[in-house]
Design a protein around this ligand. Structure first.
Ligand code: ITT
Length: 181
């Protein structure tokens, strides 16, 4: 089965492609940026983005909106993760967290699937901690500062795909696709 993933982020696509193999789903890349409305709720943002994009793409597709939510920063950067990564990056986050004891954080991924008629959403979450310094050279984005069971996602490589927010969201999405057959 083929499914089309709209994203400008190569790291997100690569992981989805790998995870797809485990479910016999071939994930194809529609590499492009798209308009994301501002908002507090990732699910709302993903849904609206998918509905807007449906006017331009004439086949079923999915997109995925993800974010890093840091407890001590009241959920920041959350829905602004992409902008915050591009502006202050991992170093900026580490500075904001300097001296902060509660380092708990989570990643959330929301998939919005346009099936040709309507949008369906699937979510995945993973809880972890903000590391004290960047570690590891695999992965992308906030991976070097996100710690899960003592290792950062950037130190985990392939293992990340066993436990990540993306894996969990894709798993329920792919199970849904299978149930249609
Ligand atoms: P698209 O919207 O085109 O898909 P994007 O990079 O803007 O690409 P998001 O808005 O969903 O995607 O991403 C929010 C930010 O969170 C972005 O900077 C990502 O690099 C980062 N991010 C998302 N998933 C991540 C992961 O698994 N590990 C590390 N960082 C991640």
């Amino acid at each position: 089965m083929n499914v089309y993933f709209v994203t400008s982020n190569e790291g997100k696509f690569r992981e989805a492609k790998e995870i797809g193999k485990r479910y016999e789903v071939n994930v194809e890349w529609i590499r492009r940026e798209y308009l994301e409305p501002q908002g507090k709720d990732l699910e709302e943002i993903a849904k609206i983005s998918a509905k807007l994009l449906a006017n331009e793409i004439d086949k079923p597709f999915f997109l995925e909106d993800s974010g890093l939510f840091i407890q001590a920063l009241n959920g920041f950067p959350g829905p602004y993760s992409s902008y915050v990564f591009k502006t202050i990056g991992n170093e900026g986050i580490l500075k904001l967290m300097n001296g902060v004891e509660d380092r708990s954080a989570y990643f959330l991924a929301v998939i919005a699937f346009w099936d040709g008629e309507k949008v369906l959403t699937f979510k995945g979450k993973v809880e972890g901690k903000i590391a004290k310094e960047m570690r590891g050279d695999k992965g992308f984005g906030f991976d070097p500062i996100f710690e899960y069971n003592g290792k950062t996602f950037a130190e985990m490589g392939e293992e990340k795909n066993e436990v990540s927010h993306r894996r969990r969201a894709l798993e329920s999405f792919f199970e849904y696709l299978k149930s249609l057959k």
